[in-house]
Write a protein that binds this ligand. Structure first.
Ligand code: FAD
Length: 282
């Protein structure tokens, strides 16, 4: 019997009461797919701090492990320790450890005790031992601020060696970028699992804006096809399902250890891909 590829889903903390009700429903629906874990993002500079904590603790109590994202830039040691203590006291056992980005207008200096995600990983390992499974971020198409791809790969491997258990990637639509990244880091002795981050496609203008900001490439042929669909949402979704399912098939065939879906607090698109891949129960 072949093992099903493990899956996980990412949420953002809802801003409104309506969003909170919707997330409860999405969480219940995606729970039926038996994911390994859920994760909840953390706004730049800690802007969603309380909402992230409340969402994580609420969802984690429903039974499936839920991991808070935690960014360190601009934060003090005391603030992060307070958060980590709270999470530990509530039985949270997995953290997505990030540098994060400073909100615009916060000037050039970081104004905190941490400069890079590696500092947060090392801090958690030193203070909390193995209490948390640590995920870090990886960028198969290079982090947009990295000086060079060589430096970015070296920084990633140093971050892994500082104590990360596994990594989740920025999303991408080109499987070769992922395979190349994995080959490069393996060649220099980094063996942690690299879990592809999967962004379902449901809306072209949002995806284009998002991708420009985070340095994820939408291949030209995909852009042209998505543009040609205009506001024909059904065709965009059907095309997105085909393209992203095929990407996932290539990743699984090439050895990806798991898939992490950027759910955008929606059920349909991620679930359709899992159904197509045979990753849903039954
Ligand atoms: P780092 O690993 O610190 O890398 C950032 C940059 O610094 C890279 O260019 C790297 O090459 C460079 N670098 C690293 N170490 C050094 C060094 N010693 N000297 C010089 N340069 C160095 N953002 C949020 O605000 N909230 C979230 O919830 C969130 N979740 C995310 C989840 C995933 C899976 C991913 C992939 C990204 C997420 N982000 C989130 C975005 C992330 O915070 C940004 O991409 C941020 O710019 C980098 O964070 P990092 O942890 O990758 O940083």
């Amino acid at each position: 019997m072949t093992m099903k590829t493990p899956i996980s889903f990412e949420f953002f903390p809802p801003k409104t009461e309506e969003g909170a009700v919707k997330l409860q429903q999405v969480h219940a629906e995606l729970s039926t797919l038996k994911p390994e874990f859920f994760s909840v993002t953390y706004g730049a500079g800690g802007s969603t701090q309380e909402r992230t904590i409340n969402t994580v603790l609420d969802l984690n109590a429903k039974g499936i492990s839920t991991a808070p994202h935690l960014s360190c830039i601009g934060s003090t040691t005391a603030l992060l320790k307070g958060l980590l203590n709270r999470y530990q006291a509530h039985g949270i056992n997995r953290i997505v450890a990030l540098r994060g980005d400073l909100p615009s207008g916060m000037g050039g200096g970081t104004g905190g005790d941490f400069n890079h995600a590696i500092d947060l990983v090392a801090f958690i390992r030193k203070e909390y031992g193995d209490a948390f499974h640590l995920e870090v971020a990886a960028y198969p198409e290079m982090h947009p601020q990295a000086g060079s791809i060589e430096k970015d790969i070296q920084h990633f491997v140093a971050k892994a060696k500082a104590g990360a258990d596994s990594a989740i990637t920025q999303y991408f639509y080109n499987a070769d970028a992922y395979f190349h990244f994995v080959d490069r880091i393996r060649a220099i002795g980094c063996d942690i699992p690299i879990i592809p981050g999967i962004m379902p496609i449901t809306n072209y203008s949002n995806l284009a804006r998002f991708s420009d900001a985070c340095g994820a490439e939408i291949p030209r042929w995909m852009r042209k096809q998505l543009e040609a669909y205009g506001d024909d949402s059904a065709s965009i979704k059907a095309f997105g399902l085909d393209v992203v399912s095929r990407l996932c098939e290539q990743l699984i065939a090439g050895g990806a250890p798991a898939l992490h879906f950027y759910s955008m607090n929606q059920t349909a698109a991620s679930k359709a891909i899992c159904d197509r891949l045979g990753l849903s129960p039954n």
